[in-house]
Write a protein that binds this ligand. Structure first.
Ligand SMILES: Cc1cc2nc3c(=O)[nH]c(=O)nc-3n(C[C@H](O)[C@H](O)[C@H](O)COP(=O)(O)O)c2cc1C
Length: 177
């Protein structure tokens, strides 16, 4: 199980809409202003577990998550973007998404080309799939946190004032060898 966890629950909002078209990587955006504890997260790419019960009842799915300013596109506002590593029949804007980050992969980079960004994201997905494989996650995946369909369901991040992932536990480069 992960040593660090950080929880997010929010309604999916619209991003810039480039994710699925240009990158082949659809992302669900959450409103960063809803999560004060996001300031305790280093800017970068994370992995974890996500659910969208309205779209996929009962499923808890692996996800890669971007937290930051998307330097490749020169964004000046911070975004929280979740790519769920599974197929969905349609978009799920306005649905509640439950997310638990369990690990850090790498800092956000400005790549020379779109192809380089796509290759980096593919590597993130492979790294996350490897980390999230296996039975060790059964207890977390069974957590009732993932079954909520209403943003107002009683819940609070356990330690919002504590730095979490501020010092990333490991980078992909360090652990993939
Ligand atoms: C796993 C993952 C890794 C990402 N890594 C980077 C990155 O290193 N640099 C960057 O500029 N954007 C990165 N992004 C963000 C993409 O640029 C972003 O998803 C894209 O701009 C689509 O956003 P949009 O759907 O809001 O248009 C990453 C996104 C994901 C899901």
């Amino acid at each position: 199980m992960a040593e660090q966890q950080l929880r997010f629950r929010g309604t999916v909002i619209r991003g810039f809409g480039r994710g699925s078209k240009e990158l082949g990587c659809p992302t669900a955006n959450l409103d960063v202003n809803s999560f004060p504890w996001l300031d305790n997260c280093a800017i970068g790419v994370y992995y974890g577990w996500a659910s969208v019960p309205a779209a996929r009842p009962g499923a808890v799915l692996p996800a890669v998550v971007s937290v930051g300013y998307n330097p490749h596109y020169g964004n000046t506002t911070k975004t929280l973007e979740v790519h769920i590593m599974d197929e969905f029949e349609s978009d799920f804007y306005d649905s509640v998404l439950n997310l638990v980050l369990v690990g850090y992969i790498r800092p956000m980079e400005k790549y020379d080309s779109l192809d380089a960004l796509i290759a980096a994201i593919d590597a993130d997905k492979a790294f996350a799939a490897d980390k999230l494989a296996g039975d060790a996650w059964a207890e977390l995946k069974a957590d009732a946190f993932f079954s909520a369909t209403d943003e107002s369901d009683g819940w609070q991040e356990a330690n919002p004032d504590e730095p979490v992932f501020a010092a990333p536990p490991a980078t992909a480069a360090e652990t993939s060898s």
